[in-house]
Design a protein around this ligand. Structure first.
Ligand SMILES: Nc1ncnc2c1ncn2[C@@H]1O[C@H](COP(=O)(O)OP(=O)(O)OP(=O)(O)O)[C@@H](O)[C@H]1O
Ligand SMILES: [Mg+2]
Length: 457
């Protein structure tokens, strides 16, 4: 980490909008304030009513501002992985002719990055991000930073992330209406993978599942890159709805009992523990067992897992050595890692941010955005500048675009925020914890190899 200052991550989720204010002090990212407000105008991760979402964004940012005592004028915002495309892209520029070879500078990096994105995109798609994989100077490859080197020809091999124009536009527009500038747009699972996995997991390959309120996002990270991401259109809201329908209670009370008494794995829940709930048409609260509640929850979680499992199997991603890391609000359900291990038959762990004030997996996304941005190096920033310059050329009449990418970050007085952490209930010990179908080592290696062939080249 080398970019000191204040970073604000904005996670526009289906159920809540989270604004996380972090201060980067000598590489240490400290949370100094959090705003979390109920969402509005979203359906399954996508903004469908810009005005309503803008109001909710403003509330979340105002709250974060108040808690942190930091003036927030720009945020790093996550773009969901719906219809995300990840492509390889190449660009090349001539630095000088043979007799005048000169040192490569910042502007050359920007220029070659611009060349890299100079490809015709379908009209309904928009570039979200571009990440340099390697630079090549006069045929010498695998260069991470070409500046200061002497050469006549500079090439860039990069990864290009594109999304539906509507999704990107609606996000920018909602922020514009909320009066907040976009410091950077980041593909959500790119930031999450970068933040919650350790070096080995990123390198050898790991699956990340973010189970939110409106949808579940599964991503495959390997070789330190996001290789693949897909969406399942169900999340915690469906669990709440099931509880409400089965127990004949309001959505609000279903949500409450899910959080207070919910378990994802009914095998591990005692039959004797009970709770009461207001039931429609009954004058007195009705008693149910926690085991019954767990059965309702488990049925929906298994349905989500089943669809994810089919997709992961089809790309052989379950053979990746890193296993699965689950996060997102639903990961707060006790017993979910055990259930996932039974289901997918591989090692599963849950990720919960461990910073004070954000100890809940709902905050993973917002925090990841700040960490991702704070970790960008100078070359990353130049490459991103090329993207924003291009954007400004394409829509020079829209000031919010050209003026949005700023190098400097204003910071002001900071009070340590004292928001109480929401701790995860301890995970239940699972009775039968053995993965269902453990594979032979050789099978696993073959599978990993096939996966590499299919997706990594
Ligand atoms: N302790 C808990 N037990 C069970 N479920 C929980 C708990 N805490 C939060 N949830 C559920 O997590 C979901 C919200 O998670 P999250 O904040 O990650 O979603 P989101 O970002 O708003 O939505 P999405 O990512 O789908 O757009 C809600 O459905 C909520 O009920
Ligand atoms: Mg989310």
């Amino acid at each position: 980490m080398n970019n000191s200052g204040i970073y604000v991550g904005l996670d526009i989720g289906t159920t809540s909008i989270k604004a996380i204010v972090c201060e980067n002090v000598k590489g240490q990212l400290n949370v100094v304030g959090v705003g979390s407000e109920q969402s509005a105008g979203l359906n399954r991760g996508i903004i469908v009513d810009i005005d309503k979402t803008a109001v909710a964004i403003k509330k979340a940012v105002d709250q974060a501002q108040e808690k942190s005592n930091v003036t927030i004028d720009e945020v790093v915002v996550g773009i969901p992985a719906n219809f995300l495309k990840i492509e390889k892209s190449r660009g090349m520029i001539t630095i000088a002719n043979q007799s005048q070879a000169r040192e490569i500078n910042d502007q050359d990096v920007i220029d070659v990055a611009k060349e890299t994105v100079m490809q015709s995109l379908p009209p309904e798609r928009e570039i979200i991000d571009l990440k340099a994989d390697e630079f090549i100077v006069d045929g010498f490859n695998d260069i991470k930073d070409p500046r200061g080197m002497v050469g006549v020809r500079l090439e860039l091999h990069a990864t290009l992330y594109t999304g539906p124009k509507t999704v990107v536009h609606n996000t920018k527009k909602a922020l514009e209406k909320a009066g907040i500038k976009v410091k950077d747009l980041v593909v959500s699972p790119l930031a999450i993978g970068d933040t919650i996995l350790n070096d080995g997991e990123k390198d050898f390959g790991t699956v990340v599942i973010d189970i939110g309120g409106g949808q579940s996002t599964t991503s495959v990270i390997h070789d330190h890159q996001l290789k693949y991401s897909f969406i399942d259109p169900e999340g915690g809201q469906y669990i709440t709805k099931d509880i409400s329908v089965v127990l004949n209670t309001s959505l609000a009370s279903a949500e409450r009992i899910k959080r207070d008494y919910g378990y994802a794995n009914s095998d591990t829940v005692s039959e004797v523990n009970t709770f009461t709930v207001d039931v429609v048409g009954q004058s007195k609260p009705v008693e149910f067992t926690e085991q019954y509640l767990a059965e309702i929850i488990q049925a929906r979680v298994e349905q989500i897992f089943e669809r994810i499992n089919q997709k992961l199997q089809s790309i052989k991603a379950l053979d990746l050595p890193g296993g699965i890391v689950i996060t997102g609000g639903v990961a707060a359900l006790p017993g979910i890692t055990d259930l996932a291990e039974q289901y997918f038959g591989i090692h599963v762990r849950a990720y919960v941010p461990d910073q004070m004030g954000i100890r809940h997996p709902s905050f993973t996304q917002g925090f990841s955005l700040t960490k991702f941005e704070a970790n960008l190096n100078e070359v990353d920033l130049l490459v991103k500048r090329a993207l924003r310059d291009n954007e400004a050329i394409q829509s020079h009449d829209d000031e919010s675009h050209s003026g949005s990418f700023r190098d400097s970050i204003k910071s002001s007085r900071i009070d340590t925020q004292k928001r109480r952490a929401h701790q995860n209930a301890p995970e239940q010990q699972r009775a039968q914890s053995k993965p269902k179908d453990k594979k032979e080592k050789t099978d696993r290696l073959t599978g990993v190899k096939n996966f590499f062939n299919d997706f990594f080249n």
